[in-house]
Design a protein. Structure first.
Length: 422
């Protein structure tokens, strides 16, 4: 069967050599230019059949793109790429790897990995990058090897590899941490127009990592990334405008960029935009608009968004009062570690506001907040010990907790200590 198949292919190629399949002449293309392309295919066909890897690769490209007077034929393209790859052609090896990477056959992933490695060893930058990704994302990451492959690809000016190498240098993962070198690679990736690279450069300028701290330069980098649609950069730029970091304070610009990120579904931006519309936010308050964005953030289980949405529902701010839903949202945020929600629940259970009074629940949520060092949580837990609410009464425990809260600037705790001293 294989012999018949090969004989059939041989016959087909003999016909192709004798009468090349010419495509219709493109507008503005000289007929002599088409003839020259057809002759090039014929010449490469002869060289390819004699084992010339470069000619085999060129034929693969012609069939892949329908160029040089032959019709587009993906199977025929793959056949020539495979021949060239087996003859040691690096670019052809990458084309073969790409074919298997998109395949659904049981052996496709194995064959893809084999050809990616061969292409990487032959110097194909994209394959070297994929090698780095594969090694970094295994169950037992081999970060040193991953960094080595990223470096090879980065040195060939592949922006994705330059960016990933920069991240490893910033983290000290697989390589010795080097912020200055990381910034140099980020600059190269940014020059190629990579939004992620601009965003990370903005962070470096903000934090003074690898460069002198420069908020003005940070804002410029965030803008570059934001204009390319980078949601996190859009939020950072909004923050810059809200607080006047590197740019003049501008509420309209802050809301504009936060809205861009929020519309992409960024929960942090949705909550941020909601805060902008509150009375203590940016510009004229609009609680209906604020509640709308808080609700969207809350739907994504964003803890601050859940807390803010719950606050609106509890007090009827921009929305009809719904105590039951508010308490559920407070609890959802508190379970994620939000201290504001933990404190609110502790206070509600302690005073019986919105729920039945329950000292055990009050102590539970106050303790979780206090364990995070929050002064309000420390104060409420101290109050529980002082009054014996949900815990065994203990004045010494109360004093200790009041002191910790007072050291963090809690005015109520300071007053309590004064009263206890008297």
């Amino acid at each position: 069967m294989r012999q018949i198949f090969r004989m059939g292919l041989a016959a087909l190629f003999m016909v192709m050599l004798a009468v090349p399949k010419l495509t219709a002449q493109k507008p503005g293309t000289d007929i002599h230019e088409q003839d020259e392309k057809a002759e090039t295919v014929e010449k490469n066909m002869w060289q390819a059949k004699n084992g010339d890897a470069q000619a085999q690769f060129i034929l693969g490209r012609c069939y892949a793109n329908g160029e040089g007077g032959v019709a587009c034929d993906s199977l025929e393209a793959f056949r020539w790429f495979l021949m060239a790859a087996e003859n040691g052609h690096g670019e052809a090896a990458w084309e073969v790897a790409q074919h298997y990477r998109g395949g659904m056959a049981p052996m496709a992933p194995v064959l893809a990995a084999e050809w990616v490695e061969k292409a990487a060893e032959k110097g194909r930058a994209e394959a070297q990058y994929v090698m780095g990704e594969s090694l970094a994302m295994t169950d037992s990451p081999r970060m040193e090897e991953a960094a080595a492959w990223y470096l090879k690809a980065a040195e060939q000016n592949l922006p994705e590899a330059q960016y990933q190498l920069a991240l490893l240098l910033l983290e000290g993962s697989g390589v010795e941490r080097n912020d200055t070198l990381a910034v140099a690679w980020l600059n190269k990736a940014a020059q190629a127009g990579m939004a992620d690279a601009f965003y990370r450069l903005g962070e470096c300028h903000t934090d003074g990592r690898g460069v002198r701290r420069n908020l003005k330069e940070a804002a410029k980098c965030f803008r570059q990334a934001a204009e390319k649609g980078h949601a996190e950069a859009q939020l950072e730029l909004a923050t810059c405008y809200l607080h006047g970091k590197g740019v003049k304070t501008n509420c309209n610009e802050a809301k504009k960029w936060a809205r861009e990120a929020a519309r992409k579904g960024n929960a942090e931006a949705q909550n941020f935009l909601g805060v902008c519309y509150t009375s203590g936010g940016c510009g004229r308050a609009n609680m209906k608009e604020a509640q709308k964005w808080f609700a969207l953030a809350a739907e994504q289980k964003h803890p601050k968004g859940m807390y803010n949405e719950a606050t609106c529902l509890l007090s009827g701010l921009g929305v009809k009062t719904n105590v039951k839903k508010a308490m559920a949202l407070f609890e959802g945020a508190a379970q994620q570690g939000n201290v504001e929600a933990q404190n609110k629940l502790a206070a509600c259970y302690l005073l019986g506001e919105g729920v039945e009074r329950d000292y055990d629940e009050a102590v539970k949520w106050a303790r979780l907040s206090a364990d995070q060092g929050d002064p309000d949580g420390l104060y409420m837990l101290a109050s529980c010990y002082l009054g014996g609410y949900g815990v065994k009464k203990g004045v010494l425990n109360a004093i200790q907790l009041f002191k910790e809260a007072a050291e963090k600037g809690h005015l109520g705790a300071k007053e309590a200590l004064k009263e206890l001293e008297q």
